[in-house]
Design a protein around this ligand. Structure first.
Ligand SMILES: C[S@@+](CC[C@H](N)C(=O)[O-])C[C@H]1O[C@@H](n2cnc3c(N)ncnc32)[C@H](O)[C@@H]1O
Length: 270
């Protein structure tokens, strides 16, 4: 299989994968689920920056933490066709079990490991690149906000000498800086910037998205260390908060983007 890092080639791969991923779904669900493939250009933006620092023709070892059902992992595979890829997630129960068919459709091979990002069953300094794409926000749900400093230390521990750690999430600059300032291992900050994903949903699509995302959020809360006592009440609270945000955004900008601004922090371990 010939894979080029050319943007248009990647866009075509995303379109093909998205068509498969959303086949048979009603229109609004297609828009919402389809966004997961590429995340409105975010995955292309992030992986194109990685290519500037890591040679795609080398036999790299890449670990993607909190890989979910592999939407970022597949893009890593497209950008780094020679790399040995490892996807790690808390579990591969539904819906994360979709990862096997998603990787297969994307023609990308990866080893999968079920583990907690707080305690990686992996040796230190092994990987040329470790990524975590929209994983930290979910780790907050399952392990608490106070776990983030330890999680990032754990990720950095597995990065090789002069290897890279790519953290991508919709946190503020200050939140990232706060986590990074508490790390013990030495690194250089090589890139820190934000990206606005192409996501401009109508109220109708937004309502449907809130319904779907609130369910997913609740499920993670139920699987966490401190599950809510009353799941119906918890779901109502989550939905209320999301709907408030939806209305605010519709009023201020005329569309709904549930993901906000994405921020990429790229560190090189010293
Ligand atoms: C929204 S997904 C991230 C998107 C994903 N990287 C992708 O490319 O599609 C977040 C994932 O974090 C996982 N997760 C949550 N807490 C975790 C933990 N403590 N350790 C490892 N994975 C965790 C969840 O199971 C979920 O699959």
């Amino acid at each position: 299989m010939r894979i080029s890092s050319d943007e248009e080639n990647i866009v075509q791969k995303e379109n093909k994968l998205r068509a498969w991923f959303t086949q048979g779904l009603p229109e609004n669900d297609r828009i919402i689920d389809g966004f997961d493939i590429g995340w409105g250009g975010t995955a292309r933006w992030a992986t194109s920056l990685l290519v500037e620092h890591l040679d795609p023709h080398r036999n790299l070892t890449i670990l993607d933490v909190a890989c979910g059902y592999g939407t970022f992992l597949v893009e890593l595979g497209w950008r780094f066709p020679q790399a040995e890829l490892i996807g790690l997630n808390l579990d591969f129960d539904p819906p994360h079990n979709r990862i096997a068919s998603l990787l297969s459709q994307g023609e990308v091979k990866a080893h999968l490991i079920s583990a907690d990002a707080l305690r990686l069953p992996l040796i230190s300094m092994k990987f040329d690149c470790v990524s975590c794409f929209l994983g930290l926000q979910d780790i907050i749900i399952t392990r608490g906000k106070e776990s983030l400093v330890a999680v990032v230390s754990e990720l950095l521990r597995t990065v090789s000498h002069h290897g890279f750690l790519a953290l991508l999430d919709n946190f503020s600059r200050e939140s990232f800086e706060n986590i990074l300032s508490q790390q013990n291992l030495e690194y250089d900050l090589v890139f820190h910037d934000s990206f606005k994903p192409n996501c401009q949903w109508s109220r109708e699509v937004g309502f449907k998205a809130v319904e779907m995302y609130a369910q997913g959020y609740l499920q993670q809360q139920l699987d966490s260390k401190n599950p809510p006592d009353d799941s119906n009440k918890a779901l109502t609270e989550i939905q209320k908060k999301m709907l408030r945000e939806l209305e605010n955004q519709l009023e201020s900008q005329g569309y709904y983007n549930p993901w906000g601004i994405m921020r990429l922090v790229l560190l090189q371990r010293l």
